[in-house]
Write a protein that binds this ligand. Structure first.
Ligand SMILES: Cc1ncc(COP(=O)(O)O)c(C=O)c1O
Length: 378
């Protein structure tokens, strides 16, 4: 089945009891057993498994073409469970020099205390990645593509080869692209993580995360730790996410079209010194993006010619773009990464420029969006 069909049907057969076309919200913590150990369909307690969560997990596994998916309470819960399942204290992880600030904070402030060390490398410099991997022999290479907030695109196929050559696993955060635009497991990655809060959910009304694995053996280990540590997606959150997933393909097409219009306008605007959008032919990773992605996504970042204070002013001057963190919803958002989403990277190799503004381009009329940005920049 093609992507659009899977998004609507995978894991979502009509309910066998009632015929309900939409998977019900099984808002229950526990399940009646028919005698001790006599579970119905294996359900015993909703931290371990819940039918609404199972429907979402089956759908996400299909969309990423993975062996299995696990749904978590947030993207960060998914990342934490993945890392503490696959790594051991004393291991090293190679992380990007450009990534979501919360991911950096997890490595830098939480997992270092657990004994996990990390090294940073700019991952679109493949020779630098190969050198760092040969030196450090990491347990994992952690990649994000496109990156948050600088929209670098990483050659996932090449990175997978470097990981394999050095006995490491490749994890790719596919949040910015979504499985509709990019399928890292097909390009050689071993595991994919998502903040389903973003494009998969798509409506800014739920926080969630997921891990999708290529190898079912990893799924068993992850499921054990997910149950042991408990950061699971609740039934209503799983249901909302699944409802969002059904329209992912049509939403992403419009996000891409609107973002391209916005990026082209910004590139020609005198108050903008640099635009980061992989769809622009002048973007340094444009060729890789065109090869490994179906479209260039809905995220656009740019530097404001007047410096940091001017960038902060622009963020406060839009009327349609809402000033706020997060991304991937139907409504357009604007933010200042250095003081908001990426404040935790200050003073680190992942620090972002102070004059940077990040846009999550939504599904409004493109002309209205351009007009709003022009008046804010003007
Ligand atoms: C690329 C990326 N990965 C992971 C996360 C973390 O996800 P969550 O906020 O759902 O915990 C985010 C959040 O912004 C993100 O942008």
């Amino acid at each position: 089945m093609k992507f659009e069909t899977q998004a609507i049907h995978a894991g979502q057969d009509p309910d066998p009891l009632t015929g309900a076309v939409v998977p019900p919200i099984y808002q229950t913590s526990t399940y009646k057993q028919d005698g001790v150990g006599g579970t119905r369909g294996g359900y015993e307690y909703s931290r371990t498994a819940n039918p609404t969560r199972a429907a979402l997990e089956e759908c996400l596994a299909a969309l990423e073409n993975g062996a299995k998916a696990l749904a978590f309470a947030s993207g960060m819960a998914a990342e934490d469970c993945l890392l503490r399942t696959l790594c051991r204290p004393g291991d090293n992880v190679l992380i990007p020099a450009d990534a979501y600030g919360g991911t950096f904070r997890l490595f830098d402030k939480v997992l270092t205390r657990w004994g996990l060390s990390y090294g940073t490398v700019r991952q679109n410099d493949l020779e630098a990645v190969a050198r760092a991997a040969a030196q450090r022999k990491p347990r994992l290479i952690w990649a994000e593509s496109p990156t948050n907030p600088l929209l670098s695109v990483i050659d996932i196929r090449a990175l997978a080869e470097i990981a394999r050559d050095n006995g490491a696993l490749l994890v790719t955060d596919n949040t910015f692209a979504s499985p509709y635009l990019q399928r890292p497991l097909e390009l050689g990655a071993d595991l994919v993580v998502h903040s389903t809060t973003k494009y998969l959910g798509g409506h800014s009304d739920v926080v969630g995360g997921a891990v999708v694995v290529k190898d079912a053996a990893h799924a068993a280990d992850l499921a054990f730790n997910q149950n042991a540590t408990g950061g699971v997606a609740g039934p209503f959150d799983a249901w909302l996410t699944l409802r969002g997933v059904k329209t992912l393909a049509v939403r992403m097409d419009r996000h891409c079209a609107n973002a391209m219009r916005v990026a082209q306008m910004l590139a020609a605007h005198p108050a903008v010194s640099e635009v980061f959008y992989p769809g622009l032919p002048g973007h340094p990773d444009h060729k890789v993006a065109a090869e490994q992605m179906r479209g260039f996504g809905g995220m656009v970042s740019f530097r404001v010619a007047g410096g940091e204070e001017k960038a902060v002013k622009v963020c406060g001057a839009t009327r349609l773009f809402t000033l706020g963190e997060s991304l991937g919803g139907v409504e357009s958002l604007i933010e200042h990464p250095a003081r908001m989403t990426h404040a935790s990277t200050s003073g680190s190799p992942l620090e972002v420029p102070g004059d940077l503004v990040r846009l999550s381009v939504g599904l409004e009329d493109a002309g209205d969006l351009l007009e709003d940005l022009r008046q804010a920049l003007g």
